[in-house]
Design a protein around this ligand. Structure first.
Ligand SMILES: Cc1cc2nc3c(=O)[nH]c(=O)nc-3n(C[C@H](O)[C@H](O)[C@H](O)COP(=O)(O)OP(=O)(O)OC[C@H]3O[C@@H](n4cnc5c(N)ncnc54)[C@H](O)[C@@H]3O)c2cc1C
Length: 303
């Protein structure tokens, strides 16, 4: 059993390495991951900015296993903030705490993130702290609260599929932390998350209304027209102004919807991932929408 698990993991690692270094795979992922280098994505952000989009830059990576990898990720993120400052783009960065050493200890992670948030504060940007699998939620929210108290330029992410999220939304809103609300992208057990998609959707609607009423500059991260229409109806009723919240979407997903919101004068921030460690991010996007896998397969045969 142990031997089988080991063989499975080592096959997965080899597959991931092969995919991430293959030039064919690169062509297929470009729709969702527009660049490998910081220069690539700063160019992309300039184009987005010209089209009235905001951006958040995500240097891909998660669950690093060594201190050196965590420090390297931190340096990539610091360079991203330097480039944002130099280009005067109204962009933020998005990070995953396991990319900055959370699996190796809270202290190491806190030290790395401190440098990022401090720099973001000094250039008028923000660090958006992605939410990962449910085992990390408590430690992530504790760190978010700490940085909010120290610097006040972070954003927390909450996932509508978790049973606990209503409580977390109240806690974060009381602490004045801006929240990005998403449905949740990890494969969670029924002991912690609503198994039915319809219930997750209902939770999303309820939480988005709460954040629009009580939250500090909320971000609604979804490509679901039903979630967006409901938020717009609520906004029309309550009189929230377009500069008091934003929509967030993933680069390359539902570009029609992104454009329509921008055309209506709403703020839309695109999540722009870059780098070479794209495999887990890309696989989550395929899992969310099986049609993406057909799109990839079709292009693979064409390539
Ligand atoms: C800016 C942003 C940041 C995010 N950050 C996090 C995070 O920190 N933690 C986390 O767990 N999750 C995060 N997510 C992912 C999120 O939790 C969902 O998994 C994802 O957004 C799909 O949910 P949905 O709200 O778009 O609705 P769904 O009901 O999944 O989809 C609605 C419609 O959107 C379109 N769509 C959705 N996903 C895709 C896709 N991959 N490809 C093509 N079309 C698609 C389809 O038309 C679909 O019918 C983030 C999402 C966004 C937009």
């Amino acid at each position: 059993m142990l031997r089988q698990s080991f063989l499975y993991l080592s096959r997965q690692r080899r597959l991931r390495h092969w995919m991430e270094t293959s030039s064919h795979a690169r062509k297929l992922t470009a729709r969702f991951i527009p660049g490998q280098t910081l220069d690539d994505v700063i160019g992309v952000c300039h184009k987005l900015h010209a089209g009235r989009y905001l951006a958040t830059l995500d240097h891909l990576g998660e669950n690093v296993a060594t201190r050196q990898e965590a420090d390297t990720s931190r340096d990539f993120c610091l360079s991203a903030l330097d480039s944002i400052a130099a280009s005067t783009l109204p962009a933020t960065i998005s990070i995953k705490l396991t990319q900055l050493g959370l699996d190796l200890g809270d202290d190491l992670c806190r030290r790395n993130v401190d440098l990022l948030v401090r720099k973001a504060a000094s250039i008028g940007s923000r660090v958006e702290i992605d939410m990962e699998a449910h085992e990390y939620v408590d430690r992530t929210l504790n760190l978010v609260e700490h940085f909010q108290n120290e610097y006040g330029c972070v954003r927390s992410v909450l996932q509508a599929y978790l049973y606990r999220t209503e409580d977390d939304a109240r806690r974060m809103s009381k602490a004045g932390v801006p929240i990005r609300l998403c449905k949740g992208a990890y494969n969670e057990p029924a002991s912690v998350a609503y198994p039915a998609k319809s219930t997750v959707d209902e939770q999303y609607l309820k939480l988005s209304r709460y954040l629009l009423d009580e939250g500090a500059y909320p971000a609604l991260a979804t490509h679901d027209p039903r979630m967006i229409d409901s938020a717009l109806a609520h906004i029309a009723k309550t009189g929230r102004q377009p500069h008091e919240f934003e929509f967030q979407m993933l680069y390359g997903v539902r570009r029609d919807l992104q454009q329509s919101l921008v055309d209506q004068g709403y703020r839309v921030r695109l999540y722009v991932p870059y780098g070479t460690a794209w495999y887990p991010y890309f696989m989550r996007r395929l899992a969310e929408r099986p049609a993406n896998a057909f799109f990839i397969a079709r292009n693979l045969f064409r390539a």
